[in-house]
Ligand binder design. Sequence first.
Ligand code: XMP
Length: 325
Amino acid sequence: MADLRPETLKRITDAAAAQAFIDDQIKALKEQVGESKVLLALSGGVDSSVVAALLIKAIGKNLVCVHVNHGLLRKGEPEQVIEVFKNQMDANLIYVDAVDRFLDKLAGVSDPEQKRKIIGKEFIDVFAEEAAKLDGIKFLGQGTIYPDILESDGVKAHHNVGGLPKELDFELVEPVKYLYKDEVRVVGKQLGLPDNMVYRQPFPGPGLGVRCVGAITRDRLEAVRESDAILREEFAAAGLEGKVWQYFTVVPPFTSTGIKDGKRTDDWMVIIRAVNSVDATSATIEEIPYELLKKIRDRIFAEVKGVNRVLYDLSTKGPATIEYE
Ligand code: XMP
């Protein structure tokens, strides 16, 4: 595919270049949008967050952000979106609690592709319903970045549920569409977004849904969410945040025997996965220090309900994939 990136756009590697880009974009966004309103699906991922922060600077309350909580977000994510965008940046933010709606639709569905389809479709439906409640929206903001254009014909990360509402008839506003991921992060940092938003590890569109393997149940989903939060906390405390490419926990849909207070238990197992990669086509294992692994294990046993076993996945990609389904 031809190089579409404008020649005048220099690589953004430092604060000064980021600030120049931000100033240019604010002007361009004001020109493109005028007094109209822009709608944006704000997941809290770095791309949509940077687009939101740029648009807030350019058009303020004429940006309407919709944050859909589908129940498959990581611990603390919806709260952080509200804190950063509504409380700190005073954004016009609509928070949609769609947890029950998604989990009810997903109940009993174990096929991974079916799960992804349901999550994607439900997301569009929720987003379209919110859009229909609003008047006078002409534009749709999107966190398309340059690799999305190169890899998928301009469609935001084909399987990312965050950017799909194509059937909604809006003009697109895509201020970071010629930037690479590392440049988006530099711009995000310059816009004052928190480090754990800017340097976030890759997180799949279907979220924790693909890590609660098979048919999602609420108790097992909580075990995924709570163990993931412990893993992230401990990695951050050990200085590994931003250094390891992707790390998470997985809970398979079967139990094993354990023992607690002299009684046999029949509980879930948590699998720890931590990989390094450049572009996700292959991956190697992060060699987590043994002491850290044991600390994470102990915290999972102490803090996560219904878990009696912790495992450490040694599989490279390939033959394994990064996610479990
Ligand atoms: P796999 O599991 O194929 O993952 O080795 C490669 C990278 O893609 C992410 N991934 C997804 N991202 N929607 C997404 O937006 C998905 O359905 C999906 N499945 C996998 C995965 O987290 C890894 O970074």
